[in-house]
Design a protein around this ligand. Structure first.
Ligand SMILES: [Zn+2]
Length: 434
């Protein structure tokens, strides 16, 4: 509009957004933590429960990726003694406070535990150190829940051990990388975000996450969709500053996927037409490679960068290694260009296992730089502090610099991108791929 106001509506998300000039509430990229304090060297790997020196404070580990003699190796179902004896590059651990509880699956679906997980549980508890670990974690959980030290010590051990089932059979998992701080960090604000990985490490993080999606599906036949997300920093809902992803098994698809499925049944070319093509014609594309494309997306409650897979496969675990790497490289580049200072949510969307309708794998990175309030609640119109083009113009120069410095993979940036119309191949996905 002539005064600079920008109004946009996204038919895919169903959200209306206004950008009004002059309403910026804070500058980005300069949002440095004030007087963050120095890192005490002995605390470098023990500042939170996700840090390597505090493995005893997290529930029993399910899987890890470790580097041995230059080769990465997956290790599953280790004893606590083995967990404590080595540092892992990535770990998959249960969430101490599940969103969808094990009881939900047990009582509503008569969910039966897998034999292999039961065997792991039995062996873990037969080991005195493992048993101590379980009691210690349950004590920690009870204290977080508000029980006094006297109440916790009065509770019989058998009752505590019976509370450990979710650790071995639950469907809410965390993926935790090793580092809390960037290598060589001096102060507490130098956190290791997704953008601080090398492109190779970021791919391992993605691959490890995708393997965990498959494992949840394998363990629980009643899971219809697995929500995958990453909350970065407190403003984005994270309870730890230590980077992690979360996976939550659900018995439904969730409102967003159901809405998108209905839309794409009516307009099969939806994601091309309203997503990539629109972004291309309006110069909103940020970067692209053979497998994926990123653009500033309109119609989200927060300024958002969308990354779409161009693969004909619609589920991350059915992508080729090259296509997963391509998605990972683009997501990594966007995080690197944003910097670690911006709180953000990374949200994954893909075609559910039991959906006959094709949806491309796509990821939204939402900048938590505004707080929806009464106006948004009353009108469902979201006011954001940055215009679409301001977001693009913050990221593009940094991408060129990062590429020149060799800190991100090779890719096309802004005007270099081919942005071919209808480049998302999900529409050609066949039943054969299901
Ligand atoms: Zn940590």
């Amino acid at each position: 509009m002539p005064d600079g106001t920008e109004k946009h509506f996204n038919p895919i998300t169903g959200t209306e957004v206004w950008y009004i000039p002059g309403r910026k509430d804070r500058p980005i990229f300069t949002q440095k933590t004030q007087n963050p304090g120095e890192i005490i060297p002995s605390d470098r790997e023990s500042v939170c429960n996700f840090c390597p020196q505090n493995y005893f404070n997290t529930p029993p580990e399910k899987v890890r990726l470790v580097r041995k003699n230059g080769i990465y190796e997956y290790q599953e179902k280790l004893s606590i003694s083995d967990v404590l004896s080595h540092t892992a590059d990535f770990r998959c651990i249960p969430n101490l406070f599940e969103i969808v509880t094990l009881d939900y699956w047990r009582k509503n679906y008569n969910y039966q535990f897998s034999r292999i997980n039961e065997k792991f549980q039995h062996e873990y508890l037969a080991d005195p150190v493992g048993r101590n670990h379980i009691v210690s974690i349950i004590n920690l959980k009870l204290s977080y829940s508000g029980l006094s030290a006297d109440e916790i010590s009065a509770m019989p051990v058998n009752q505590k051990l019976a509370m450990a089932d979710p650790f071995f059979h639950g469907c809410h998992e965390l993926i935790v990388p090793r580092r809390h701080f960037i290598p060589g960090a001096q102060n507490l604000s130098q956190l290791a975000s997704s953008g601080e990985f090398s492109a190779d490490e970021h791919y391992l993080y993605f691959d490890f996450t995708i393997r965990s999606i498959e494992r949840i599906y394998r363990n629980n036949r009643y899971v219809r969709y697995i929500s995958v997300y990453q909350n970065w920093r407190k403003d984005a809902g994270a309870s730890f500053d230590h980077l992690h992803k979360q996976l939550v098994g659900l018995d439904e698809w969730g409102i967003s996927i159901e809405h998108e499925t209905t839309m794409v049944q009516q307009y099969p070319n939806l994601y091309n037409e309203y997503g990539v093509n629109f972004a291309g014609y309006n110069n909103l594309v940020i970067c692209e490679n053979l497998s994926a494309i990123a653009f500033v997306d309109l119609g989200h409650s927060h300024p958002t960068v969308a990354i779409y897979s161009k693969s004909p496969s619609c589920q991350p675990w059915r992508h080729t290694e090259q296509d997963v790497r391509g998605m990972s490289d683009i997501v990594h580049a966007v995080h690197s260009a944003m910097g670690a200072e911006i709180s953000c949510n990374e949200e994954w969307y893909y075609m559910p296992k039991d959906s006959p309708t094709t949806i491309p794998w796509h990821i939204f990175i939402k900048w938590r730089v505004n707080t929806p309030a009464g106006f948004e609640g009353g009108t469902k119109i979201f006011v954001v502090p940055y215009s679409l083009y301001e977001v693009r113009d913050r990221l593009v120069p940094r991408l060129f610099q990062l590429r020149a410095d060799g800190r991100i993979s090779q890719m096309d940036i802004a005007q270099e991108c081919p942005v071919k119309p209808n480049s998302l191949a999900y529409v050609t996905h066949s039943k054969h791929d299901l």
